[in-house]
Design a protein around this ligand. Structure first.
Ligand code: ADP
Length: 397
Protein backbone atom coordinates (compact mmCIF):
# COMPACT_ATOMS: atom_id res chain seq x y z
CA UNK A 1 0.00 0.00 0.00
CA UNK A 2 1.26 3.49 -0.87
CA UNK A 3 0.30 6.29 1.49
CA UNK A 4 0.84 9.99 0.96
CA UNK A 5 1.26 11.88 4.25
CA UNK A 6 0.56 15.60 4.20
CA UNK A 7 1.15 18.33 6.71
CA UNK A 8 -0.35 21.52 5.33
CA UNK A 9 0.44 24.51 7.47
CA UNK A 10 -0.25 28.18 6.91
CA UNK A 11 2.94 28.78 4.91
CA UNK A 12 4.10 25.30 3.94
CA UNK A 13 3.00 21.88 2.73
CA UNK A 14 5.25 19.01 3.80
CA UNK A 15 4.79 15.60 2.20
CA UNK A 16 6.12 12.06 2.37
CA UNK A 17 5.07 9.15 0.19
CA UNK A 18 5.41 5.80 1.98
CA UNK A 19 5.52 2.31 0.61
CA UNK A 20 4.01 0.50 3.59
CA UNK A 21 5.35 -2.95 2.65
CA UNK A 22 8.73 -2.01 4.12
CA UNK A 23 7.62 1.30 5.59
CA UNK A 24 10.14 3.13 3.42
CA UNK A 25 9.87 6.67 2.12
CA UNK A 26 9.69 6.78 -1.70
CA UNK A 27 9.69 10.57 -1.93
CA UNK A 28 9.52 13.53 0.41
CA UNK A 29 9.79 17.28 0.38
CA UNK A 30 7.91 20.49 0.84
CA UNK A 31 6.56 23.66 -0.65
CA UNK A 32 7.41 26.51 1.69
CA UNK A 33 7.01 30.28 1.92
CA UNK A 34 3.39 30.08 0.73
CA UNK A 35 1.94 33.58 0.93
CA UNK A 36 5.31 35.20 0.13
CA UNK A 37 6.30 36.41 -3.30
CA UNK A 38 8.31 33.37 -4.27
CA UNK A 39 8.00 29.83 -3.02
CA UNK A 40 10.61 27.22 -2.34
CA UNK A 41 10.08 23.67 -3.48
CA UNK A 42 12.14 20.68 -2.40
CA UNK A 43 11.74 17.11 -3.60
CA UNK A 44 13.85 14.14 -2.63
CA UNK A 45 13.88 10.50 -3.69
CA UNK A 46 16.59 7.88 -3.43
CA UNK A 47 17.91 8.94 -6.84
CA UNK A 48 17.13 12.65 -7.02
CA UNK A 49 17.31 15.80 -4.95
CA UNK A 50 15.69 18.96 -6.26
CA UNK A 51 15.62 22.39 -4.66
CA UNK A 52 14.19 25.30 -6.53
CA UNK A 53 12.54 28.66 -6.15
CA UNK A 54 9.34 29.09 -8.12
CA UNK A 55 6.00 30.85 -8.23
CA UNK A 56 3.53 28.43 -6.65
CA UNK A 57 0.43 30.33 -5.78
CA UNK A 58 -1.34 28.90 -2.75
CA UNK A 59 -2.09 25.44 -1.35
CA UNK A 60 -3.95 24.24 -4.46
CA UNK A 61 -1.02 24.97 -6.76
CA UNK A 62 1.38 23.56 -4.17
CA UNK A 63 -0.36 20.20 -4.06
CA UNK A 64 -0.59 20.09 -7.82
CA UNK A 65 3.16 20.55 -8.11
CA UNK A 66 3.72 17.78 -5.57
CA UNK A 67 1.40 15.47 -7.52
CA UNK A 68 3.15 16.29 -10.83
CA UNK A 69 6.58 15.55 -9.42
CA UNK A 70 5.45 12.27 -7.86
CA UNK A 71 4.19 11.14 -11.29
CA UNK A 72 6.96 12.73 -13.38
CA UNK A 73 8.56 10.52 -16.07
CA UNK A 74 12.08 11.31 -14.89
CA UNK A 75 12.01 11.95 -11.15
CA UNK A 76 8.62 10.47 -10.23
CA UNK A 77 8.06 7.35 -8.11
CA UNK A 78 4.52 6.42 -9.22
CA UNK A 79 2.86 6.14 -12.62
CA UNK A 80 -0.50 7.71 -11.92
CA UNK A 81 -2.50 9.18 -9.09
CA UNK A 82 -4.40 5.90 -8.52
CA UNK A 83 -1.15 4.34 -7.29
CA UNK A 84 -1.66 6.29 -4.09
CA UNK A 85 -3.97 4.17 -1.94
CA UNK A 86 -4.75 6.79 0.67
CA UNK A 87 -3.77 10.24 1.91
CA UNK A 88 -3.12 10.81 5.62
CA UNK A 89 -3.42 14.37 6.87
CA UNK A 90 -1.98 15.85 10.00
CA UNK A 91 -4.77 17.88 11.61
CA UNK A 92 -3.86 19.93 14.65
CA UNK A 93 -7.13 20.21 16.55
CA UNK A 94 -9.66 17.40 16.91
CA UNK A 95 -11.33 18.88 20.01
CA UNK A 96 -13.27 16.46 22.19
CA UNK A 97 -14.84 14.88 19.14
CA UNK A 98 -11.83 12.87 17.94
CA UNK A 99 -9.96 10.59 20.30
CA UNK A 100 -8.91 8.48 17.30
CA UNK A 101 -7.88 9.08 13.72
CA UNK A 102 -10.76 9.01 11.28
CA UNK A 103 -11.64 8.59 7.60
CA UNK A 104 -12.61 11.99 6.23
CA UNK A 105 -16.09 12.65 4.82
CA UNK A 106 -18.04 15.90 4.50
CA UNK A 107 -19.15 15.72 8.12
CA UNK A 108 -15.55 15.39 9.34
CA UNK A 109 -14.55 18.33 7.15
CA UNK A 110 -17.31 20.41 8.71
CA UNK A 111 -16.22 19.46 12.21
CA UNK A 112 -12.58 20.36 11.47
CA UNK A 113 -13.87 23.68 10.19
CA UNK A 114 -15.87 24.29 13.38
CA UNK A 115 -12.80 23.47 15.46
CA UNK A 116 -10.94 26.33 13.74
CA UNK A 117 -12.30 28.44 16.58
CA UNK A 118 -9.88 26.64 18.89
CA UNK A 119 -6.96 26.50 16.41
CA UNK A 120 -7.35 29.49 14.06
CA UNK A 121 -3.79 29.27 12.76
CA UNK A 122 -3.70 25.55 12.15
CA UNK A 123 -7.04 23.97 11.30
CA UNK A 124 -7.87 26.22 8.31
CA UNK A 125 -4.70 25.32 6.33
CA UNK A 126 -5.10 21.65 7.37
CA UNK A 127 -8.63 21.71 5.98
CA UNK A 128 -7.49 23.44 2.84
CA UNK A 129 -5.08 20.56 2.19
CA UNK A 130 -7.93 18.08 2.65
CA UNK A 131 -10.25 19.91 0.27
CA UNK A 132 -7.61 20.27 -2.44
CA UNK A 133 -6.81 16.55 -2.15
CA UNK A 134 -10.49 15.71 -2.52
CA UNK A 135 -10.29 17.38 -5.94
CA UNK A 136 -6.84 16.16 -6.95
CA UNK A 137 -7.20 12.54 -5.82
CA UNK A 138 -10.93 12.16 -6.23
CA UNK A 139 -11.35 8.45 -5.47
CA UNK A 140 -8.62 8.14 -2.87
CA UNK A 141 -9.66 7.76 0.77
CA UNK A 142 -8.38 10.47 3.09
CA UNK A 143 -7.67 10.13 6.80
CA UNK A 144 -7.25 12.77 9.50
CA UNK A 145 -4.75 12.13 12.29
CA UNK A 146 -5.15 14.67 15.08
CA UNK A 147 -2.43 16.17 17.27
CA UNK A 148 -4.86 16.27 20.16
CA UNK A 149 -6.28 12.71 19.99
CA UNK A 150 -3.71 10.95 22.15
CA UNK A 151 -4.43 13.32 25.05
CA UNK A 152 -8.18 12.66 25.07
CA UNK A 153 -7.53 10.12 27.84
CA UNK A 154 -6.62 12.89 30.32
CA UNK A 155 -8.86 12.65 33.37
CA UNK A 156 -11.32 15.46 33.96
CA UNK A 157 -9.36 16.78 36.93
CA UNK A 158 -6.35 17.25 34.64
CA UNK A 159 -8.05 18.79 31.63
CA UNK A 160 -10.37 21.30 33.29
CA UNK A 161 -9.12 24.75 34.19
CA UNK A 162 -10.13 26.38 37.46
CA UNK A 163 -12.51 28.72 35.65
CA UNK A 164 -16.28 29.16 35.88
CA UNK A 165 -17.56 25.84 34.55
CA UNK A 166 -19.82 27.56 32.02
CA UNK A 167 -16.81 28.53 29.91
CA UNK A 168 -16.00 24.88 29.42
CA UNK A 169 -19.61 24.18 28.49
CA UNK A 170 -20.03 27.24 26.28
CA UNK A 171 -16.68 27.38 24.50
CA UNK A 172 -14.92 24.10 25.19
CA UNK A 173 -12.19 25.89 27.15
CA UNK A 174 -10.07 23.07 28.58
CA UNK A 175 -6.65 21.47 28.19
CA UNK A 176 -6.38 19.56 24.89
CA UNK A 177 -2.62 19.13 24.54
CA UNK A 178 -0.68 18.77 21.28
CA UNK A 179 2.20 16.77 19.72
CA UNK A 180 0.03 13.72 20.53
CA UNK A 181 1.27 11.69 17.58
CA UNK A 182 4.83 12.14 18.76
CA UNK A 183 4.15 11.41 22.45
CA UNK A 184 2.24 8.29 21.44
CA UNK A 185 4.98 7.03 19.13
CA UNK A 186 7.92 7.53 21.49
CA UNK A 187 6.09 6.18 24.56
CA UNK A 188 5.18 2.98 22.67
CA UNK A 189 8.73 2.64 21.37
CA UNK A 190 10.12 3.11 24.89
CA UNK A 191 7.95 0.27 26.23
CA UNK A 192 9.21 -1.95 23.40
CA UNK A 193 12.82 -1.02 24.13
CA UNK A 194 12.25 -1.79 27.82
CA UNK A 195 10.67 -5.08 26.73
CA UNK A 196 7.71 -4.44 29.02
CA UNK A 197 3.97 -4.42 28.35
CA UNK A 198 2.85 -0.86 27.66
CA UNK A 199 0.08 -1.23 30.24
CA UNK A 200 2.64 -1.78 33.00
CA UNK A 201 4.94 1.21 32.52
CA UNK A 202 4.83 4.88 33.47
CA UNK A 203 6.68 7.07 31.00
CA UNK A 204 7.43 10.80 30.84
CA UNK A 205 7.91 11.96 27.25
CA UNK A 206 9.70 15.24 26.44
CA UNK A 207 9.14 16.54 22.91
CA UNK A 208 11.67 19.36 22.74
CA UNK A 209 11.58 21.08 19.35
CA UNK A 210 10.88 24.68 18.53
CA UNK A 211 7.49 24.00 20.06
CA UNK A 212 7.97 21.85 23.15
CA UNK A 213 5.68 19.78 25.30
CA UNK A 214 5.72 16.92 27.80
CA UNK A 215 3.32 14.13 28.60
CA UNK A 216 2.80 11.71 31.48
CA UNK A 217 1.93 8.39 29.87
CA UNK A 218 0.59 5.90 32.40
CA UNK A 219 0.06 2.37 31.12
CA UNK A 220 0.04 3.68 27.55
CA UNK A 221 -2.47 6.46 28.20
CA UNK A 222 -1.74 10.17 28.34
CA UNK A 223 -2.84 11.36 31.80
CA UNK A 224 -1.19 14.81 31.81
CA UNK A 225 0.37 17.06 29.24
CA UNK A 226 1.91 20.50 29.35
CA UNK A 227 0.24 22.28 26.41
CA UNK A 228 -3.30 23.46 27.02
CA UNK A 229 -6.20 24.99 25.12
CA UNK A 230 -3.50 26.19 22.71
CA UNK A 231 0.19 25.28 22.32
CA UNK A 232 1.18 28.32 24.39
CA UNK A 233 1.01 26.70 27.82
CA UNK A 234 3.69 24.69 29.59
CA UNK A 235 7.39 24.65 28.79
CA UNK A 236 9.55 27.58 27.79
CA UNK A 237 9.85 27.16 24.02
CA UNK A 238 11.74 28.74 21.12
CA UNK A 239 9.48 31.79 21.01
CA UNK A 240 6.61 30.89 23.39
CA UNK A 241 6.56 31.86 27.04
CA UNK A 242 4.88 28.71 28.37
CA UNK A 243 3.27 28.97 31.84
CA UNK A 244 2.85 32.41 33.35
CA UNK A 245 0.60 34.31 35.73
CA UNK A 246 -2.48 35.30 33.64
CA UNK A 247 -2.47 38.72 35.33
CA UNK A 248 0.59 39.58 33.27
CA UNK A 249 -1.68 39.92 30.22
CA UNK A 250 -3.87 42.81 31.47
CA UNK A 251 -0.78 44.34 33.11
CA UNK A 252 0.98 44.54 29.73
CA UNK A 253 -2.19 45.66 27.97
CA UNK A 254 -2.34 48.62 30.33
CA UNK A 255 1.31 49.56 30.78
CA UNK A 256 2.43 49.06 27.18
CA UNK A 257 -0.86 50.23 25.61
CA UNK A 258 -1.23 46.98 23.73
CA UNK A 259 -4.31 45.06 22.67
CA UNK A 260 -4.89 41.58 24.09
CA UNK A 261 -4.14 40.21 20.61
CA UNK A 262 -0.80 42.00 20.55
CA UNK A 263 0.14 40.57 23.92
CA UNK A 264 -0.85 37.12 22.71
CA UNK A 265 1.44 37.66 19.74
CA UNK A 266 4.31 38.61 22.04
CA UNK A 267 3.71 35.52 24.16
CA UNK A 268 3.69 33.27 21.08
CA UNK A 269 6.34 34.81 18.88
CA UNK A 270 8.69 37.00 20.90
CA UNK A 271 9.02 35.22 24.22
CA UNK A 272 10.62 31.99 25.40
CA UNK A 273 14.28 31.36 24.59
CA UNK A 274 14.24 34.22 22.07
CA UNK A 275 12.67 36.72 24.46
CA UNK A 276 14.91 35.92 27.40
CA UNK A 277 18.19 35.54 25.50
CA UNK A 278 17.55 38.33 23.00
CA UNK A 279 19.61 36.23 20.59
CA UNK A 280 17.61 33.56 18.82
CA UNK A 281 14.89 30.96 19.16
CA UNK A 282 17.40 28.34 18.04
CA UNK A 283 18.75 26.33 20.94
CA UNK A 284 22.11 25.79 19.22
CA UNK A 285 22.80 29.49 18.83
CA UNK A 286 21.89 30.18 22.43
CA UNK A 287 24.15 27.37 23.61
CA UNK A 288 27.05 28.86 21.64
CA UNK A 289 26.40 32.34 23.03
CA UNK A 290 26.24 30.97 26.57
CA UNK A 291 29.52 29.17 26.06
CA UNK A 292 31.05 32.47 24.95
CA UNK A 293 29.97 34.03 28.22
CA UNK A 294 26.64 35.65 27.33
CA UNK A 295 24.77 35.74 30.63
CA UNK A 296 21.25 36.13 29.28
CA UNK A 297 21.81 33.16 26.99
CA UNK A 298 22.83 31.09 30.03
CA UNK A 299 19.78 32.33 31.95
CA UNK A 300 17.51 31.28 29.06
CA UNK A 301 19.02 27.79 29.07
CA UNK A 302 18.76 27.50 32.86
CA UNK A 303 15.09 28.49 32.71
CA UNK A 304 14.39 26.01 29.91
CA UNK A 305 15.97 23.15 31.92
CA UNK A 306 14.35 24.22 35.19
CA UNK A 307 10.82 24.18 33.77
CA UNK A 308 11.27 20.68 32.33
CA UNK A 309 12.78 19.40 35.58
CA UNK A 310 9.79 20.81 37.45
CA UNK A 311 7.39 18.98 35.14
CA UNK A 312 9.30 15.70 35.54
CA UNK A 313 8.81 15.98 39.29
CA UNK A 314 5.13 16.85 38.88
CA UNK A 315 4.43 14.05 36.42
CA UNK A 316 6.19 11.50 38.60
CA UNK A 317 3.93 12.57 41.46
CA UNK A 318 0.84 12.40 39.24
CA UNK A 319 1.62 8.85 38.04
CA UNK A 320 2.89 7.63 41.41
CA UNK A 321 6.19 6.47 39.88
CA UNK A 322 8.23 6.74 36.72
CA UNK A 323 9.92 3.94 34.77
CA UNK A 324 11.31 5.91 31.85
CA UNK A 325 11.99 9.43 30.61
CA UNK A 326 12.16 9.87 26.84
CA UNK A 327 13.71 12.75 24.88
CA UNK A 328 12.65 13.49 21.32
CA UNK A 329 12.45 16.22 18.59
CA UNK A 330 15.27 18.56 17.43
CA UNK A 331 16.65 19.54 20.82
CA UNK A 332 15.67 16.37 22.70
CA UNK A 333 17.30 14.13 20.10
CA UNK A 334 20.47 16.12 19.47
CA UNK A 335 21.43 18.12 22.52
CA UNK A 336 23.22 16.07 25.15
CA UNK A 337 24.01 19.22 27.15
CA UNK A 338 20.30 20.00 27.41
CA UNK A 339 19.47 16.46 28.56
CA UNK A 340 22.25 16.62 31.14
CA UNK A 341 21.10 20.06 32.32
CA UNK A 342 17.52 18.88 32.71
CA UNK A 343 18.37 15.65 34.53
CA UNK A 344 21.13 17.03 36.78
CA UNK A 345 20.80 16.19 40.50
CA UNK A 346 17.88 13.84 40.02
CA UNK A 347 19.40 10.74 41.59
CA UNK A 348 16.88 11.09 44.44
CA UNK A 349 14.29 10.05 41.81
CA UNK A 350 16.50 7.23 40.58
CA UNK A 351 17.66 9.07 37.46
CA UNK A 352 21.36 8.71 36.56
CA UNK A 353 22.68 9.59 33.11
CA UNK A 354 25.55 7.77 31.44
CA UNK A 355 27.64 10.73 30.16
CA UNK A 356 29.19 8.70 27.35
CA UNK A 357 25.85 7.35 26.07
CA UNK A 358 24.36 10.84 26.41
CA UNK A 359 26.59 12.06 23.56
CA UNK A 360 24.19 10.37 21.13
CA UNK A 361 22.50 12.40 18.38
CA UNK A 362 19.36 11.45 16.51
CA UNK A 363 19.51 7.76 17.25
CA UNK A 364 17.53 5.42 19.48
CA UNK A 365 19.60 4.86 22.58
CA UNK A 366 19.42 4.15 26.28
CA UNK A 367 21.35 7.00 27.89
CA UNK A 368 20.89 6.22 31.59
CA UNK A 369 23.62 4.41 33.52
CA UNK A 370 23.40 0.74 34.47
CA UNK A 371 22.39 1.52 38.05
CA UNK A 372 19.74 4.12 37.17
CA UNK A 373 16.34 2.96 38.46
CA UNK A 374 14.68 5.04 35.74
CA UNK A 375 15.56 4.29 32.11
CA UNK A 376 16.31 7.38 30.05
CA UNK A 377 16.04 7.14 26.26
CA UNK A 378 16.64 9.22 23.18
CA UNK A 379 14.02 8.17 20.62
CA UNK A 380 13.81 10.09 17.34
CA UNK A 381 10.18 10.89 16.69
CA UNK A 382 8.50 9.95 13.42
CA UNK A 383 5.11 11.61 13.21
CA UNK A 384 4.80 10.98 9.46
CA UNK A 385 5.24 7.24 9.91
CA UNK A 386 2.56 7.14 12.61
CA UNK A 387 0.18 9.05 10.32
CA UNK A 388 0.95 6.60 7.50
CA UNK A 389 0.39 3.59 9.79
CA UNK A 390 -2.90 4.89 11.16
CA UNK A 391 -4.07 5.77 7.66
CA UNK A 392 -3.21 2.28 6.40
CA UNK A 393 -5.01 0.64 9.30
CA UNK A 394 -8.21 2.65 8.80
CA UNK A 395 -8.24 2.17 5.04
CA UNK A 396 -7.60 -1.58 5.30
CA UNK A 397 -10.53 -2.02 7.64
P1 ADP B 1 10.03 22.08 15.13
O1 ADP B 1 9.71 20.84 14.33
O2 ADP B 1 9.14 22.29 16.31
O3 ADP B 1 10.20 23.31 14.30
P2 ADP B 1 12.58 20.75 15.68
O4 ADP B 1 12.09 19.46 16.22
O5 ADP B 1 13.19 20.76 14.33
O6 ADP B 1 11.45 21.87 15.79
O7 ADP B 1 13.64 21.33 16.75
C1 ADP B 1 14.25 22.56 16.59
C2 ADP B 1 15.14 22.83 17.80
O8 ADP B 1 16.07 21.76 17.96
C3 ADP B 1 15.94 24.10 17.68
O9 ADP B 1 15.98 24.76 18.91
C4 ADP B 1 17.34 23.60 17.33
O10 ADP B 1 18.34 24.42 17.85
C5 ADP B 1 17.39 22.28 18.05
N1 ADP B 1 18.37 21.38 17.42
C6 ADP B 1 19.52 20.97 17.94
N2 ADP B 1 20.20 20.16 17.11
C7 ADP B 1 19.46 20.07 16.00
C8 ADP B 1 19.63 19.37 14.77
N3 ADP B 1 20.71 18.63 14.53
N4 ADP B 1 18.65 19.49 13.87
C9 ADP B 1 17.56 20.25 14.11
N5 ADP B 1 17.35 20.91 15.26
C10 ADP B 1 18.30 20.84 16.20
Amino acid sequence: MKILVLNSGSSSIKFQLFDMAEENVLAKGQVSRIGNEEQKFSYETEANEIDKTDQIDGHGAGLEVIKEYLMDDEVGVIENAEDIDAVGHRVVHGGEKYSESTIIDREVEEKIDQLSDLAPLHNPPNLKGIKVCRELFSNTPQVAVFDTSFHQTLPRKAYLYGLPYEYYEKYGIRRYGFHGTSHKYVSRRAAQLMDKPLTEVNIITCHLGNGASMAAVKGGKSVETSMGLTPLEGLIMGTRSGDLDPSIVPFLVERESLTAKEVEDILNKKSGLLGVSGISNDYREIRRAARDGNERAQTALDMFYHRIKKYIGAYTAVMGSVDAVVFTAGCGENEGAARAGILSSMSYLGIELDPEANKVKSEEKLISSGDSAVQVYVIPTNEELVIARETEELVKN
